[in-house]
Design a protein around this ligand. Structure first.
Ligand code: PEP
Ligand code: CO
Length: 460
């Protein structure tokens, strides 16, 4: 089936779409699977498995994002740079949920608007890389491209793209999602006890008093809700968590893309939202072709060197009916370039009257290597891009409706800076990521608080 689709005449302009029509277009960042027969088998299997999520959840998220584009809501999208299959375990999932919930509570409390939470979770298993090949101990092998594609193990064989990983990815995503849903449905214990939040590190921060007052106030609000309805906390239950990942390995995404009864169009049922990466957003490439046919909300990463006319065409291609809540523009220019690049992009989008959720990814434009070759990011640079992005939107009269962060609920040491005072020497203590450096638990809470302060300056 896949080979047949691939051999069809490639379209010169966008023609009929189907979940596999992307196979007729050039694809970046996805190496060929050496064993096509095995690929067909895995693809067929994945296509036959039940969906991980439902179309009505996707539509509900789109409604919430429409509110964010209208300035009535804020969005936090966050999680690992790359999830690993082995991280599909309770501690990691609980910690991620905890940090996403707590950061969202900080935002809600400080901003006074509803917040939608979207995890980079339950499917963020495939990564774009700057080169196809690497040399390890003198041996040339394929670069690691995320657990969905090959293994991190520095071994030629293990680095070959393996189609069975499509199924493993689906299984890990399903298990993660199942646990997330159970925690969220039952009312997550930590939520009722903000006094457990680890705040001592904030003492070094000039905002400590305000921060402490905020936690006390959240605590009081929770106690109040619980006291009027002791056995049932409807406001604290059914915490909504949405999931997202980069639509990079289109075999994974398209195998689970289908029609559902009584609705028009096709849904990617592996994830509520997917995004188009900075390195795969070619108008005539496979990723844009695939994404133009699905009804899920779509994020589009936009970074340095972006041609604005092309950006407009991508948005129009992915949202031809101009549906509200459909497109999240995730800008990631870097704190040193954002002032040069973002204003004109905003003007171009405004000129065309395109309604989007503006989101800021302050992570991917601010990565650097220390003298010891450790990949890191500085808390101050991240905050600086956020501040500049808010300022630019304020000056243009547009609404910055969300942030996109790489973070974890664990106490890792991957980004330097923040009130916790992590420096380059401290990075080695607990550096876990295979990919990009993440804000740790404390840095994430502090960042949420500082984001809220910036939001208040602009829209409060
Ligand atoms: C990412 O979000 O992990 C990523 C690779 O981002 P970008 O496409 O913006 O480089
Ligand atoms: Co990343």
């Amino acid at each position: 089936m896949l080979t047949e689709e691939k051999n069809k005449q490639a379209k010169t302009s966008k023609g009929e779409w189907n979940p596999q029509s992307w196979l007729q277009y050039p694809i970046k960042q996805l190496p060929e699977y050496p064993d096509q027969e095995e690929l067909e088998k895995a693809y067929k299997k994945l296509s036959s498995l039940p969906p991980l999520i439902t179309s009505w959840e996707i539509e509900a998220l789109k409604d919430k994002l429409a509110e964010a584009s209208a300035g009535k809501r804020f969005m936090i999208q966050g999680g690992d740079c790359a999830e690993k299959f082995e991280d599909c375990e309770p501690g990691k999932i609980v910690n991620m949920l905890k940090v996403l919930l707590q950061t969202s509570f900080i935002l809600i409390h400080e901003m006074g608007v509803p917040v939608v939470r979207i995890g980079r979770m339950a499917g963020q298993y495939a990564k774009p890389r700057s080169s196809n090949w690497v040399e390890v101990d003198g041996e040339k092998m394929m670069n690691y491209r995320g657990d969905l594609i090959n293994s991190i193990e520095a071994d030629k064989e293990a680095r070959r793209p393996d189609p069975n990983r499509l199924i493993q990815g689906y299984n890990s995503a399903g298990l993660t999602l199942n646990f997330l849903r159970a925690l969220a449905d039952e009312g997550f214990a930590d939520l009722h006890h903000p006094e457990y939040w680890e705040l001592d590190f904030m003492k070094q921060n000039r905002y400590y008093k305000e921060y402490k007052a905020m936690v006390q106030s959240i605590n009081k609000a929770i106690q109040f809700v619980e006291s009027i309805s002791p056995t049932n906390y409807p406001m604290l239950q059914n915490i909504k968590m949405y999931t997202s990942h980069e639509a990079l390995n289109l075999y994974y995404d398209s195998a689970q893309t289908r029609q559902v009864p009584r609705r028009e169009g096709y849904y990617n049922l592996t994830s509520h939202m997917v995004w188009l990466g900075h390195r795969t957003r070619d108008l005539d490439g496979a990723h844009v072709e695939y994404l133009r046919g699905i009804r899920n909300p779509i994020g589009i990463k936009m970074g340095p060197g972006l041609d604005h006319e092309e950006a407009i065409r991508i948005i129009e291609t992915l949202n031809p009916t101009r549906e509200a809540g459909k497109i999240v523009l995730i800008t990631r220019f870097g704190q040193d370039k954002v002032a040069d690049e973002l204003p004109d992009l905003i003007k171009a989008v405004e000129r065309e009257g395109l309604e989007v959720v503006w989101s800021c990814d302050p992570m991917h434009g601010n990565t650097f290597k220390t003298d010891e070759e450790i990949k890191t990011r500085n808390f101050e640079d991240i905050l600086s891009e956020i501040k500049k992005t808010f300022e630019i939107h304020r000056a243009q009269n547009t609404y910055l409706g969300g942030v996109h962060l790489e973070l974890t609920g664990d106490n890792v040491t991957e980004c330097v800076g923040g009130a916790q005072g992590l420096n380059e020497d401290g990075l080695k203590h607990n550096y876990e990521t295979y990919c990009d450096p993440r804000l740790n638990y404390k840095q994430s809470l502090e960042m949420a608080f500082l984001i809220a302060q910036e939001w208040k300056l602009s829209y409060g």
